[in-house]
Design a protein around this ligand. Structure first.
Ligand code: 13P
Length: 305
């Protein structure tokens, strides 16, 4: 039976030992398989997360939980997997706690700090009673800002939320979700250093992990980032491989049933796994053991009816 790790020890060790563990958004069945496959092949821990939008798209959080658990069983996944709600509002966080996600992010950035803190405390209580981990966000990590990036998190807020008992803390340090704009100023390492010094034991989270140059990712990890959230990077990898399939006219190959969704979604699915392996090497995530697993997706079954 699949078991979801709450990740607390995994991320604490990552912060202590200056590496990071990837937190990847899922969007559908293929995405979930691609993430699990790459984690198993590299023998590294994995955090799969669902945004509220993905929750709606995929038919609800229960579908995501059951799908992930069932795939872990059928794919014989033997590395630790954490299932996280990404940017949840209060109701979604409560729902995922009750459903058995092993981690939730409560994002109360649009509330006044007092109310955000009060609600975060409620979520922490509910989650911790069940051994579930909680992430909070300070400093709004926005979408598609200008070159200055999102709002910078304050050191005082970092202390407040850590004192409230959060297990992981996402902080705005000039990072944004989506594609970084032309002329983006880069991560604010000064602020990251200040926050890392103020909360030395809590794993820090970098949202908007797609498209940040490798040397900045490595520096952020050396200063205390232990979890890196990635979605856009894999969407672009999926899009580019899928485009190549169509541009090569493979979908038109009737003799080989190139129009079969199982075939036309495969290059994109493999591209997600490859992109994830590349990110794992950037983050220095160590393997949990040296077991060798067979590589690749099952191609033979694609010709079965
Ligand atoms: P990107 O889509 O920019 O990689 O951000 C993902 C993220 O931070 C999810 O919380």
């Amino acid at each position: 039976m699949a078991y979801f790790d709450n990740g607390n020890e995994i991320f604490k060790q990552a912060r202590r030992n200056h590496y990071a563990v990837g937190a990847y958004n899922t969007n559908n069945l293929e995405w979930t398989k691609a993430l699990l496959q790459a984690a198993e092949e590299t023998r590294t821990p994995l955090l799969i997360q669902a945004s509220t939008g993905a929750g709606k798209y995929m038919g609800g959080y229960k579908v995501i939980k059951d799908l992930t658990a069932d795939l872990m069983d059928s794919m014989d996944i033997s590395v630790p997997v954490i299932l996280n709600l990404d940017h949840g509002d209060y109701d979604s966080a409560v729902e995922c706690i009750k459903l058995g996600f092993s981690s939730v992010m409560f994002d109360g950035h649009n509330l006044p700090t007092d109310e955000n803190l009060a609600k975060t405390r409620e979520i922490i209580k509910l989650a911790h009673e069940r051994g579930i981990s909680v992430e909070a966000e300070i400093g709004k990590i926005g979408e598609n800002q200008g070159a200055d990036g999102g709002e910078l998190a304050s050191v005082a807020d970092a202390k407040l939320f850590v004192a409230a008992g959060v297990d992981k803390l996402a902080c705005g340090i000039g990072n944004i979700h989506g594609v970084y704009p032309e002329g983006w100023k880069g991560l604010n390492f000064e602020r990251l250093q200040e926050i890392a010094t103020a909360v030395p034991d809590v794993p820090l989270v970098l949202h908007g992990g797609s498209g940040i140059p490798r040397e900045q990712v490595e520096k952020a990890i050396s200063l205390g980032i232990a979890k890196i959230n990635i979605n856009t990077e894999f969407q672009l990898a999926f899009q580019s491989a899928t485009r190549k399939y169509f541009e090569a006219g493979k979908d038109q190959d009737k003799a080989h049933k190139g129009y079969d969704p199982r075939k036309l979604l495969l290059p994109g699915t493999e591209a997600i796994s490859d992109a994830m392996k590349e990110m794992i090497s950037w983050m220095g995530t160590p393997s949990i053991d040296s077991k060798v697993k067979s590589a690749g997706f099952d191609r033979a079954s694609l010709n079965e009816e």
